[in-house]
Design a protein around this ligand. Structure first.
Ligand SMILES: [Zn+2]
Length: 435
């Protein structure tokens, strides 16, 4: 938790000398090129940015010298000289997006256009799901080392690592403060990895990272107000308000999975009762389906290979398979989950007036079974004006949402501060200003 002297206050009124203006304009131009999502002409950039032609030329030359953008040929508009097209240079470097989840570690390496060029996922056998923290950290570090070797092999420099974690993260120190479903407390992951790998490291809550990724690369591109709902073992939320990830006073905002929906409801891993997570999280879904199975109401589910009549073997994937085969008791459970999903979303719609709610993680494949009921609840409960503006959609990345979000943590920093990531910058700390 930050203390009374906040560094944010010092930056808030930063004055704009010439150098600052140039850095700022470099970042703006770089962001416009990214948002174009494909080649964009110089004249289009001049028009979009509102900067004059010679400034755009000089800034582009700078970004090109650093290797972040490249010319990709000419476009002939039919009138006058053909214009030069500019695009992001995907080979400017590599980014690692990582996730330490409950029962798995997932990692991707992307180029600067966020194309995945390498990926790994480790899942321990079901009987070893609760591994000691040291073992998990060791396995994660080995994957990072493998990614680094891969980048070296292809001669690409590593620009940074973005790590998503299922808990509260202190952004000032990059420490995981509390992850209820991992049972971890106070793990200084940014410092650990920074010293281990000497590459800029950014650590974020998994749902926040996923929200960032969805906004930069996925189905919420250029949407300024949206809420990302992410279901893994728990239920997390990422709030993007007015175009920015909303952190609240201490960076802990978005823990909407722990809103109380039923005062004396089921026990939650956070210590409270009746949290939203205990009603619509995958663990809750599997539990309710097991209850139906005990009553003998799920013959299709029980005969699935992988279940074979063993109630304890039922996992979310089996639930979805049985739902696809129209098992009534399973569809009934999912309908009830959809009801609580809708009740929670209605409150979020009233509180934040988002234009989009994105369902991610396990909510995404379950979406088709949950959405009809959820939508009815939202229609019945949210206030009319806000309700009419919101769409509920599914994430573009399914189980990759967090790792792609991790890559975006780094990407966002590079786009907003290219000068700190120029090839000759000897930085070792995230976001350190070199000039
Ligand atoms: Zn809770």
């Amino acid at each position: 938790m930050s203390t009374s002297t906040s560094p944010i206050m010092a930056q808030r009124y930063r004055t704009g000398d010439q150098l600052w203006v140039r850095e700022h304009n470099l970042a703006i131009l770089f962001n416009y090129i990214w948002e174009a999502n494909g080649p964009i002409s110089r004249s289009n950039l001049t028009e979009t940015s509102g900067l004059n032609k010679s400034t755009v030329g000089s800034l582009l030359a700078q970004l090109q010298t650093w290797g972040f953008v490249k010319e990709v040929g000419m476009v002939n508009s039919g009138l006058g000289r053909p214009g030069v097209m500019i695009d992001i240079n995907s080979d400017a470097g590599r980014i690692i997006g990582a996730e330490i989840g409950v029962g798995y570690i997932s990692m991707v390496m992307t180029d600067l256009k966020a194309n995945v060029v390498w990926r790994r996922r480790i899942e321990p056998p079901p009987d070893q799901e609760k591994q000691p923290q040291a073992d998990v950290l060791d396995q994660a570090a080995k994957l990072v080392e493998e990614a680094i070797r891969e980048a070296e092999k292809t001669g690409n420099r590593l620009l940074g690592i973005g790590l998503g974690l299922p808990g509260q993260v202190d952004h000032a120190t990059g420490t995981l403060l509390f992850a209820p479903n991992l049972g971890w407390k106070n793990v200084p992951l940014r410092d650990l990895w920074l010293h281990q790998f000497n590459i800029p490291v950014f650590v974020e809550n998994d749902a926040n990272a996923s929200a960032l990724g969805e906004g930069l690369l996925g189905n919420a591109r250029q949407i300024d107000n949206f809420i990302f709902l992410s279901a893994g073992v728990g239920l997390g939320g990422g709030l993007v308000l007015d175009g920015e990830l909303y952190g609240g006073a201490g960076g802990f905002a978005g823990e909407i999975g722990h809103m109380t929906l039923v005062p004396d409801g089921p026990q939650c891993n956070c210590g409270n009762r009746g949290c939203w997570e205990t009603l619509i999280g995958p663990a809750a879904i599997v539990d309710s389906v097991r209850q139906a199975a005990i009553l003998g109401n799920t013959p299709i589910l029980m005969s699935l290979p992988g279940v074979n009549g063993d109630i304890n073997a039922i996992r979310m994937e089996h639930v979805l398979e049985a739902a696809a085969r129209k098992e009534l008791a399973v569809l009934h459970v999912l309908d009830e989950v959809g009801r609580y999903l809708g009740i929670g979303i209605a409150s979020l719609v009233n509180a934040f007036n988002p234009s989009v709610i994105v369902l991610g993680g396990l909510l995404s494949p379950a979406g088709p079974y949950l959405l009809p009921r959820a939508q009815r609840e939202v229609n019945a409960r949210a206030l009319a004006a806000a309700r009419g503006m919101v769409k509920i959609i599914l994430s573009a990345f399914k189980f990759d949402a967090c790792v792609m979000g991790g890559a975006c943590l780094v990407l966002r920093e590079i786009l907003n501060n290219p000068v700190a990531w120029r090839p000759d910058a000897a930085h070792g700390l995230p976001g350190e200003n070199i000039l």
